[in-house]
Design a protein around this ligand. Structure first.
Ligand code: SF4
Length: 493
């Protein structure tokens, strides 16, 4: 059997950037490490793929025993077809040195239909190319495909009791698009096989393609000489404009001419970096602080967004609040108190979450959050789901103020914020002794994935460890807000 040189993912990689394909083939170990956020996304895709098998139960799994043994799968697939199997999971084929696997291959009334499962809610142009390549390889191997479809998640589905697979998933035939793309696929297989087998590395410069359709995992290689003060690290405008500047010879922020027309966001970043100091609009900050009244709560929610709804009455990718941290200060000089809530895994957390929050915020006082639209939207959903708590939820929502406002409005800006008003950039710029580096969980998406994993965890040590890490992370978010407010109060003295 011929060995493959391209796979579905390396084909898409090569379309994104031929240099990325060359590096992948020749310098595989130089790839950037996968972040915990990306890892969580990959495993979500796999889980949904396995679940979708229930749409066509009773099939035979042709998956390889390891990702490096796809030849096994190709042989097994052929054997299953020869033996008359009618449902094959992870059927694999090689044609023109290109390997593909398809999640579900189903024979009905003598005709084959192929289904690729995606955990997303929409069909992207890249998914259409995936399906076009799968169609090309399968038909090239002599499979007469009556249809090829993408199965993805139906956001309209609301869980009532047991999962109903035919409602959770929706199928869309993409055969017409696949047929239109066949010549394009053929030409690009040939072009990318040349790239993959060449001994010379393509001279592809960095560009917007480094991020599209996926962030390239060779940025650590290609971007390592890009300095921190590069114009490419500015934010607040399209990447195309930054590359135009960079390619015109203006590589660093210091080299930007004073008379260059920049939008307000860019100008602030450039001025602050050139002056190497914080830029502060003291009257603007004072006006914001005057809107706050002690006692003050500092509140932050964490949510999960399961692709497959865990709980009754919820829909795919719904934000389900499972944790909050809250600091409380009676007055500017009083002691800081801390309260928190972390739901038990496996149970619907929404009702205990809102009941506890109502108790913890019962005394009057403004409630500071960072990016208030998020907390407000969660409270809004809870109000609809638990109308019996409407008045209490309104009382919380009414008192919410947004600590992000002065940073979003650039009333205060430090070069270390790197153009961002995210708390993860604002905190280290303003409060040097505090950061998320030593925490086991350092971002909302990792917290989300940690709690999702707890749903099926039985090891008590792992559960205790994850719960401690979640509590420490969420507490840091609200303690960061306390310290950021102190900085704002100080600069206006
Ligand atoms: S970082 Fe950019 S230029 Fe380098 S391999 Fe990746 S996509 Fe290509």
């Amino acid at each position: 059997m011929e060995k493959h040189i391209l796979s579905k993912s390396s084909f898409i990689r090569g379309l994104q950037c031929p240099k990325s394909l060359f590096l992948y083939k020749n310098f595989y170990k130089e790839r950037d490490a996968i972040s915990p956020q990306q890892q969580a996304l990959f495993s979500r895709g796999t889980d949904v793929g396995v679940l979708a098998r229930q749409l066509f139960p009773g099939g035979v799994d042709a998956s390889p025993s390891s990702p490096f043994k796809y030849q096994e799968s190709v042989k097994q697939t052929q054997k299953l077809i020869d033996e008359g199997a009618s449902i094959i999971y992870e059927a694999a084929f090689i044609f023109e040195k290109t390997l593909i696997a398809i999640d579900l291959l189903v024979k009905k009334e003598g005709q084959w239909k192929a289904y690729e499962v995606k955990s997303s809610t929409r069909i992207s142009p890249t998914y259409l190319l995936d399906a076009s390549l799968q169609f090309y390889v399968m038909t090239g191997c002599g499979i007469h495909l009556q249809d090829i479809s993408i199965i993805n998640i139906n956001t309209e589905y609301i869980r009532k009791g047991k999962l109903e697979m035919d409602l959770l998933f929706k199928m869309t035939s993409v055969k017409n698009e696949a047929l239109k793309n066949q010549q394009y696929i053929k030409e690009n297989i040939s072009r990318l096989l040349d790239v993959a087998m060449d001994t010379r590395q393509p001279e592809t410069p960095i560009g917007t393609h480094c991020f599209n359709p996926y962030p390239c995992d060779f940025m650590g290689t290609c971007w390592k000489k890009i300095p921190e003060n590069s114009v490419l690290n500015l934010s607040g405008t399209a990447k195309e404009e930054l590359f135009a500047l960079y390619n015109s010879g203006i590589k660093t922020i210091e080299e930007i001419p004073a008379d260059l027309n920049l939008n307000e966001q860019l100008k602030l970043q450039v001025d602050s970096l050139k002056l190497n100091r914080m830029i502060i609009d003291r009257p603007g900050i004072k006006k914001f602080l005057d809107t706050l009244k002690y006692p003050l709560f500092f509140l932050d929610f964490e949510t999960i967004m399961p692709a497959v709804p865990f709980f009754e009455g919820t829909h795919p990718y719904q934000h389900i609040p499972f944790q909050y941290s809250m600091h409380f200060k009676e007055s500017a000089s009083s002691n800081l108190l801390h309260y928190d809530f972390l739901a038990e895994a496996g149970l619907d957390p929404r009702r205990p979450f809102i009941e506890q929050l109502i108790k913890d915020t019962a005394v009057p006082g403004d409630i500071l959050t960072y990016n208030a639209s998020f907390e407000r939207s969660i409270l809004n959903s809870l109000k609809k789901e638990f109308p019996q708590f409407s008045d209490e939820i309104d009382y919380i929502t009414y008192r919410i103020k947004d600590l992000m406002f002065p940073f979003e409005q650039k009333l205060i800006y430090h070069p270390r914020m790197k153009g961002s008003h995210s708390i993860k950039n604002v905190l280290p710029a303003l409060v040097e002794d505090l950061n998320y580096d030593s925490l086991k969980i350092g971002s909302g998406s990792i917290a989300m994935s940690a709690f999702e994993q707890l749903q099926n965890e039985t090891d008590l040590f792992k559960i205790a460890d994850a719960r401690d890490a979640l509590k420490a992370y969420c507490e840091m978010d609200t303690y960061a807000m306390v310290r950021i407010l102190e900085v704002l109060e100080k600069v206006t003295l």
